[in-house]
Design a protein around this ligand. Structure first.
Ligand code: ADP
Ligand code: MG
Length: 385
């Protein structure tokens, strides 16, 4: 059992470009936690994971695992097991030998190695494949061999680098559920790297969103989804992109062209009349009404339906808003199937004020949020999950 504590970790790669892959990063991952590191390609996720594993030496900073400073220790003495994106299986070894190999390095006796490999293979549904070589396995089976190798080792910490990204979409969903259950059962501290926001939201107890070697937000998936701390996180999280609409504060209202929306309840006192801001509203929390209907709320964003995208049980509707200057503000809303308006129809889009998010123009920090985006946001979802 082990917490992972990173203090002031910097990793610079020398050379003409002189890349700073990790930039003074502090992070505490709790014992037994499933922790996701999420960020776009190139933000430093793999470098950070390899630094925790001991495969890279940090330029500055310290790493503690289970209360022990391991900064100077080689990988083999850190009690961590890593699963790589490409699985890194030994092609000339059988499945059994692949699973048992790290135990051999650790000088575990042969009988015990065989037993652990067999048990782990069984639990990961590899029983019929133990004598095969990796080349004779499907992608999903290879992925499970890589996982089995990590599990059989009984490490203090799992380090996973995009372990599902080479599986097709269907298999990835299955493997995701499987991985979550396995981690729950074993209770082993897990650091899981991914560029896929839906994977991080689905798997993690807590997560960090990274950009350019730094953490932009740390929190539970519910917090990060409902209350993104800045425009970077707001635009990165969500399976349909959040509407980010340039707006101006006018008294207690937000002006978006001719539209007037209420200022979110929890707006910082320093936000005042005339401030240029960005309103964040997820399509899922944006309502659409026909422009002529009596029910159309006053003050909403009027426009014409330009695109309909079928999402399965819903439609994503893109509305070209009628704002002065007319430089193409598009608002998206999801509507249930069967309720999609016609292309070209005139509609009014109204973001739910209780879910609205307000960001400062310039640095993009969160400066206001509606009533249900606080700690209680989706609390029901979290406890139900
Ligand atoms: N061995 C290396 N030498 C030089 N630059 C590297 C090396 N490894 C990674 N980088 C650079 O460090 C940054 C972070 O890379 P990486 O950790 O692989 O990102 P991610 O896993 O988030 O995609 C990138 O700019 C990458 O080009
Ligand atoms: Mg990577």
């Amino acid at each position: 059992m082990a917490a992972v504590v990173l203090q002031g970790i910097t990793k610079r790669f020398p050379g003409t470009a002189g890349v700073t892959a990790i930039d003074g990063l502090d992070l505490e991952i709790k014992d037994g936690e499933f922790f996701a590191l999420l960020g776009p390609s190139g933000c430093g996720k793999t470098t950070l994971l390899r630094t925790i594993a001991g495969l890279e030496a940090p330029t500055a900073g310290t790493i503690e695992i289970g209360g022990r400073d391991v900064t100077q220790l080689p990988p083999g003495r850190r009690d961590v097991a890593m699963v790589f994106q490409d699985y890194a299986l030994y092609p000339h070894m059988t499945v059994e030998d692949n699973i048992a190999y790290p135990l051999k390095i650790k000088r575990v006796a042969k009988d015990k190695r065989r037993r652990l490999a067999a048990e782990t293979g069984d639990s990961l549904q590899l029983a019929g494949t133990m004598e095969r070589r990796p080349g004779q396995l499907s992608g999903g089976q290879q992925q499970r061999v890589a996982l089995a190798r990590a599990v059989a080792y009984r490490p203090n910490v799992f380090l996973f680098d995009e372990p599902l990204s080479n599986l097709d979409a269907r298999l990835r969903l299955e493997a995701r559920g499987f991985l979550k259950r396995l981690q729950r059962e074993l209770g082993i501290t897990t650091v899981y790297v991914t560029h896929d926001q839906s994977e991080a939201l689905a798997l993690a107890d807590r997560m960090a969103v990274m950009e350019a070697g730094r953490i932009r937000q740390l929190g539970t998936p519910v917090e990060v989804f409902h209350r993104p701390a800045n425009l970077f996180v707001a635009s990165f999280i969500g399976s349909t992109p959040m509407n980010l609409l340039p707006a101006r504060v006018e008294g207690r209202a937000l002006a978006i062209g001719p539209a007037r929306l209420p200022l979110p309840e929890g707006t910082a006192p320093h936000v005042h009349d005339g401030n240029e801001v960005v309103l964040g509203a997820r399509p899922e929390y944006t309502a659409l009404h026909p422009a002529e209907a009596k029910a159309a709320p006053a003050g909403g964003i009027a426009g014409r339906v330009a695109i309909l995208e079928h999402l399965g049980t819903a439609y994503l509707v893109s509305v070209e808003a009628e704002v002065e200057g007319g430089d193409g503000v598009t608002v998206q809303a999801t509507v249930p199937e069967g309720e999609a308006p016609a292309i070209g129809a005139r509609v009014v889009a109204t973001p739910d004020p209780a879910r609205a998010l307000l960001y400062r123009r310039g640095d993009g920090e969160l400066v206001g949020a509606g009533a249900v985006t606080g700690a209680e946001a989706g609390a029901g979802t979290a406890s139900a999950g």
